[in-house]
Design a binder for this molecule. Structure first.
Ligand SMILES: *[C@@H]1O[C@H](CO)[C@@H](O)[C@H](O)[C@H]1NC(C)=O
Ligand SMILES: *[C@@H]1O[C@H](CO)[C@@H](O)[C@H](O)[C@H]1NC(C)=O
Length: 476
């Protein structure tokens, strides 16, 4: 799953094309060949075996003063411990220029023990505690990029798991480098005009349900299918994915997820025939919002949403989605959807944010404006490069603080450690999607999965301090 997932992440980030056009942007180019010749002769002081980092630190542009040896040697190194995400191409190291200065990004694990290697970068989905590089070196920060839900790694939703890290980039606004809007390209994406209501009325007359469900990942901690199954008793839902499927997509091409991805224009045109889209995240975590939420809005449908408990904070206005948990039962929700389905005037109020000036949530507007990374935006770095620079700047600042302390230990204290918090991946324990725990069969897969993970963690973590860290896979 790891590799496929990374591929998906890279595609989502537009990385694959960025890679092809490598060397563009602000990243200094290496002068291969010339480098080796230009390397300074060994001064006899210390013998260093050929470094895995090579001479990458001495990248320079023609015409600029050649950086002194000191400078090259001193550049902090950021090691991507998850090599699949290394956001540079080709080669294993690259000098990066960030706001505070330069660092070297590398994916060569041989530099792990180097005193210049100041940070290790991990991808959450790949992170296995049992494979973590231990013992941990005191001078190194651990940085975690985990934009996905805890479904992909429960470990990180537990205090001892997340607190292994110093710096985080997660979906949570509380993380050090927050990515809550990673699936929202911008306001224009939301503003796209909705199809005319008459068109949708026509599809309804031809037998389309008011509600769409398109889900193929069925046993998830959010336990969404149990809710949808109940809802289906009270209102028609057309379900095309593997979960609760009751209809087929119209053409073989669309049915094949290999040819028709979820961003396929023909598929999107088809989905936009529906007035309401069921949008249930695979896990419930504050600020965890995905394309399931934003895509229906792009298509001019109303999301019927369960996911981030703080989703209201991010909506374009206070009347743009239907939140499942506002309704006391699936039946009540069904009645409300039916009411909107029959009252165009009430329905279109949910699309008011598409009108000029309709996006009134200043927090959303500010967050989009101030984020320094883009979603498929050729003019902005993607969040991998953005986070890398964030870590670089943090390490340069930490180095400065350490130097200042060393220069006058009496006046300037040792820099405080920076440790990630549980709020960086705030996901409460999973609960049933509908009904109470007592009603759920003992062998239910969705819930037992979540339960097993947390039981495993609760038992193992207290013992994990002594030497190596165990992983849940080792539970008998
Ligand atoms: C939604 O916003 C409008 C205008 O900003 C305001 O008048 C209305 O009271 C708000 N409604 C709710 C439920 O907050
Ligand atoms: C990084 O976090 C660990 C705890 O996981 C802590 O012991 C260490 O001091 C922190 N390092 C820095 C540089 O903040």
């Amino acid at each position: 799953m790891g590799v496929g997932r990374i591929g998906a992440v890279l595609t989502a980030l537009g990385m694959l094309s960025v890679c092809a056009a490598s060397g563009s942007g602000h990243v200094a180019k290496r002068e291969t060949g010339a480098e080796a010749e230009g390397a300074e002769p060994w001064d006899g002081a210390v013998f260093r075996p050929p470094s895995a980092l090579g001479a990458v630190g001495v990248a320079r542009n023609p015409g600029t003063r050649r950086p002194g040896r000191e400078e090259a040697v001193d550049l902090p190194v950021l090691l991507w411990w998850s090599p699949g995400l290394f956001p540079h191409f080709p080669g294993d190291s690259e000098r990066i220029e960030c706001a505070r200065g330069a660092c070297v990004a590398s994916r060569d694990r041989r530099v792990r023990g180097d005193s210049r290697t100041r940070a290790l970068l991990f991808y959450g989905t790949d992170f296995r505690a049992s494979e973590a590089p231990l013992p941990r070196l005191a001078h190194q920060s651990w940085a975690l990029l985990h934009e996905e839900s805890p479904l992909n790694n429960f470990l990180l939703s537990h205090g001892p798991g997340i607190r292994l890290f110093n710096l985080t980039a997660t979906f949570s606004r509380h993380s050090d480098y927050p990515l809550p809007l990673q699936w929202l390209p911008g306001t224009a994406y939301l503003r796209r005009a909705a199809p005319p209501l008459q068109q949708r009325a026509e599809w309804r007359r031809r037998g389309y349900a008011p509600l769409l469900y398109l889900q193929s990942h069925c046993d998830v901690p959010a336990d969404r299918d149990r809710y949808v199954r109940e809802l289906m008793r009270y209102i028609p839902v057309d379900s095309y994915g593997k979960c609760l499927q009751n209809r087929e997509l119209p053409t073989p091409r669309l049915q094949d997820t290999a040819t028709a991805t979820t961003e396929d224009p023909e598929l999107l045109a088809f989905l936009s025939r529906y007035k309401f889209h069921l949008a249930l995240e695979n896990a419930i975590c504050d600020d965890y919002m995905t394309e399931k939420l934003w895509r229906p809005m792009h298509l001019g449908a109303v999301p019927v949403y369960r996911g981030s408990p703080s989703v209201r904070d991010w909506m374009p206005n206070n009347h743009s989605i239907i939140i499942i948990d506002d309704f006391e039962s699936p039946q009540k929700l069904a009645e409300f959807i039916d009411f909107l389905d029959k009252n165009d005037e009430e329905y279109v109020k949910y699309l008011a944010y598409k009108q000029p000036g309709g996006i009134t949530n200043q927090f959303l507007l500010d967050s989009l404006k101030h984020r320094e990374w883009g979603v498929n935006d050729p003019l902005l770095p993607n969040y991998l490069n953005g986070f890398e620079c964030f870590v670089c700047d943090h390490e340069l600042a930490r180095l400065d603080a350490e130097k200042a302390h060393a220069a006058s230990p009496g006046d300037i204290p040792v820099p405080e450690p920076h440790i990630a918090q549980l709020s960086h991946m705030a996901c409460p324990m999973p609960t049933p999607g509908f009904g109470s725990v007592e009603e759920i069969p003992e062998n239910d897969r969705a819930l037992s999965l979540a339960r097993d993970h947390s039981i495993c963690l609760r038992f193992l973590w207290p013992h994990s301090e002594k030497g190596r860290i165990h992983s849940c896979a080792e539970v008998p």
